[in-house]
Ligand binder design. Sequence first.
Ligand SMILES: [Zn+2]
Length: 362
Amino acid sequence: MFILKGKLLRFTKDIINPVKIILLSILFLVLVILIKYKPVYLVTLSGETLGYVTEKSELDNKINEYINTKEGTVALIDIEVMPEYTLDLVSRNEETKENEILEEIEKTAVITYRTYGVSVNGEIKTEVDTEAEALDIINNLGQDVEEGVDFELGYTEIYTTEENTSVPEDKALEVVSEIKTAKVTEYEEEQARIAAEKAAAEAAAREAARKAAEAKKSTAVATSSASYGSHGSVNGIAISNPLKTSPLITSRFGERSSSRSSSHTGLDLAVSLGTSIYPIASGTVVTASYQGSYGNMIVIDHGNGVQSYYAHCNSINVSVGESVTTDTVIGTVGSTGNSTGPHLHLEIRINGVAYNPQNYLY
Ligand SMILES: [Zn+2]
């Protein structure tokens, strides 16, 4: 009993030791604090309070995890401002908000997307998610393109902060395919146009060559004999070919020959005997008879002082005073009078003066 009392005394003495009292008080206080409060980190982002987290390393890890999770076309996630932590004690009832804080931080992230633009002739026409898809489209549509078609495929990486600019591969393929069809059609139409132009130019060249050959031929005819037809007029009277065929000019106006002492007053046109003679213009018959060296001669008055002479005729088919047109057969070619062979001696006179018929004919 005594011993027990002694121990109790010693114990009491221990308890009242001031140092121990202080230590015990602190211990008690800490216990109370730990029961009521918990240590947490206050998270702030650019000075703005976001809330509490238990472990700062945990939030940092989650942020890093988020930055490194590049799904789909995400190429880069950049969080420019990292959160700041302050150690704090809060009531154990206070809830920490790791997930909400992470979401808030994610909202500040700048996301860069990478797509693959498929280009036609250097111009991007559509975007797909992956390089493989871009190459697939190029291999699919870049083949069998006829040379000359304006259709060159390519691809390029595109970095953008805009989301969802790419389309599924089949959709992209359709877009590029339509452009290809249009380019091929454009090329074919152009080729057809060129071919048509070429054909037209060739046809024009052939026609020009044909005309040139024809012109050459008619020139040749004109030089060998005389061209058929008429030209010009005398004192307003249109002149036409009295033989309606191409005669051979055997003696020209003004020529002298051994058989004539004076200058030739007409034009000698050799054709076969009996060829029909027509007036050079309509008019009235003023002479239709044998006239010495002229042989059988017809003279027609056309008015305006113009008269035409048809000499050496084989026959005379008209009479004086008769009206004739360029369709009237007034006589036929012969060799009467001073003539060495069948020919028409034609004269055109204005007020009795002979003019060169070749001014108007042949
Ligand atoms: Zn003559």
